[in-house]
Design a protein around this ligand. Sequence first.
Ligand code: SAM
Length: 173
Amino acid sequence: MLRLGHRVQRDKRVTTHVGLVARAFGASGIVIAGVKDESVVRSLRRVCEIWGRAEFVVEDGVDPLEYIENWKKSGGLVVHLTMYGLHVDDVIDEIRSSGKDLLVIVGAAKVPRVYYEIADYNVAVGHQPHSEVAALAIFLDRLYGGKELKLIYPDAKLYVEPCPRGKRVVLRG
Ligand code: SAM
């Protein structure tokens, strides 16, 4: 997924959460447009080291329009999440059945018009303003039909054993 508009001073936590959701909900990686932010990259890599998914891509300082153009050139589909788009339930089946690699874009502050035009789909997770973290989570959950929540990562050093009370974390030997 592509994170637009990251502001190093104020968006560290939200962008880290966008990355955590991307990783936990089945996306292949996060690329952060424009700026470099080593602390976000480090936090996300650390989670992958401990909880698995070493292959999860974390990149910053990426030129967003060039990235999108290359994505489209190599046959991928671009989905921009925005409250102004088409309702997710009206397009998710079509998007899923395209069988193409998806690049999902979320913004921070106001997203420039060019992204609405370059996207193959502008998709709304409801038409109320909320959050990029929520929008990404719900989009991916609809895309994978909830199956992503059961994924097990073989390279995890730690994993959780569900228990009704308390915490049970297992260290893989
Ligand atoms: N006011 C900004 C604008 O007009 O682009 C949106 C700011 S919102 C806090 C940040 C991001 O959350 C948006 O760029 C969009 O990706 C996502 N978002 C928020 N509400 C959404 C919704 N209802 N559907 C889809 N995405 C949404």
